[in-house]
Each structure stands twice: as structure tokens, then as C-alpha cells.
Design a protein around this ligand. Structure first.
Ligand code: HEC
Length: 180
């Protein structure tokens, strides 16, 4: 659920935007209500923003400093190896996926219902999409963030990125984090 202005409350899902804002603004200390800020959810969203910045900064740095031609080991492949290690250690799950319609690796595509919905949102110009999922062992935040063609070098291996408009998403990172 995304709400304009950057204010996102879980209550907004139930109460609607206007109601949620008025409850949220009127809320005193310790008050319960539909507009109550969902702190665990907000903390998890903040963690996603932090991780997203760390991962994307690393991929750009590696590409900039180490990748000179198409035979060099791509930062994307390094990221996929890193994500596998992070998942095995049970930290969280994150996947590097295609949005352009022409993946380098056919495995790297939106698979489940959340990722397919995220794909449509990012294609339409949104830069972020998330949803809360209730599972047997608790709540999980699913979140997708857009990847535009950040460097000219990206087109060394992904030829068709040359056709992408500035800022247009050609890929995404798809996160699954437990809300704790
Ligand atoms: C040296 C070649 C190379 C460069 C440069 C490169 N990539 Fe990739 N990219 C790959 C390869 C190979 C894969 C598939 C990795 C895998 O599945 O193990 C990939 C995968 C991806 C994916 C996942 C979808 C897919 O196509 O499989 C995205 C998104 C992506 N790259 C974006 C980028 C961006 C953005 C840049 C520039 C910062 C970039 N790539 C630079 C080679 C490259």
C-alpha cells in the first residue's frame, strides 16, 4: 500500500487515506485506534530502504571500478551470489529481477503474485511497491524497488538498455523481510 506524501500507515489500508491521516494526526500518547502507527512495519520499511541503498551502491561501485568489458564478472552476478549467502544465513530474502522484458538469465523474472504486481507498478513508473503478507509464523514485508540504467556501462552486456528512457525501470530488487 502506497500513500502520497511518504506517510504510510498500516491503518490506511483499513481506514482509507483521509481517515487514517486525521486519526494519525489526532493520536495522543498511548492511544489505540485504526490510525495507530504500525512501528514494526515502519521499522522494516526503513531496513528495506537501508539495504536497498547498500546493495545498489555496491553494484554501482563494483561496475564502475572493476567491470571494464563484457568478459568481466558482472556486479549483477556478484549480487546474486551475495543474496544467496544472505538467504542461507536466514537474514532476509532479496532477488535481482528483470523488468525490461529481456532478461539476461530467464531465471531472473517475476514469479509469484506479489512480484508480478510489482512488475506492473514499476513498469508504470512507480519506484517502490510493497505489501504485508500474513504467514503461519508471522507477518512479512514484501517490497520491490526499481532499478534504472544507472551507468552507461550497464549497456555493455544489456544492449537493449540503450532504448530505456532516463529513470525508467529495467530491473528490480524484490525483498522479503520478517516484520519483527
Ligand atoms: C559484464 C556484463 C554485465 C554488466 C556490465 C552489467 N550486467 Fe547486469 N547482468 C549480467 C549477467 C550475466 C546477468 C545474469 C546474472 C545471473 O543470473 O547470474 C545480469 C543480470 C542483471 C539483472 C537481472 C535480470 C537479468 O537480466 O537477468 C539486472 C536487473 C541487471 N543485470 C542490471 C544491470 C545494471 C543496472 C547494470 C549496470 C550497473 C548491469 N546490469 C551491468 C551482466 C552484466
Amino acid at each position: 500500500m502506497r500513500v502520497p506524501g511518504g506517510i504510510r500507515t498500516f491503518g490506511a489500508v483499513l481506514a482509507g487515506w483521509m481517515v487514517a491521516v486525521s486519526c494519525w494526526a489526532a493520536e495522543g500518547p498511548g492511544q489505540e485506534g485504526a490510525g495507530k502507527t504500525d512501528r514494526p512495519l515502519e521499522r522494516t520499511r526503513k531496513t528495506v530502504r537501508m539495504l536497498d541503498d547498500v546493495y545498489k551502491t555496491a553494484v554501482v561501485l563494483i561496475t564502475d571500478k572493476y567491470v571494464q568489458d563484457e568478459n568481466d564478472f558482472p556486479a549483477g552476478s556478484a549480487a546474486i551470489a551475495l543474496f544467496k549467502a544472505i538467504k542461507e544465513k536466514n537474514w532476509h530474502e532479496v532477488k535481482l529481477l528483470d523488468v525490461s522484458g529481456e532478461p539476461y538469465n530467464d531465471e531472473n523474472v517475476a514469479k509469484d503474485e506479489f512480484e508480478k504486481a510489482a512488475l506492473q507498478k514499476l513498469k508504470s513508473g512507480e519506484t517502490y511497491f510493497d505489501r504485508v503478507e500474513n504467514r503461519n509464523d508471522g507477518r512479512y514485508l514484501r517490497a520491490a524497488t526499481a532499478i534504472p540504467v544507472v551507468l552507461e556501462k550497464c549497456t555493455l552486456c544489456h544492449e537493449h538498455y540503450k532504448q530505456a528512457k532516463p529513470g525508467q525501470a529495467i530491473g528490480m530488487l524484490s525483498y522479503t523481510l520478517k516484520i519483527e
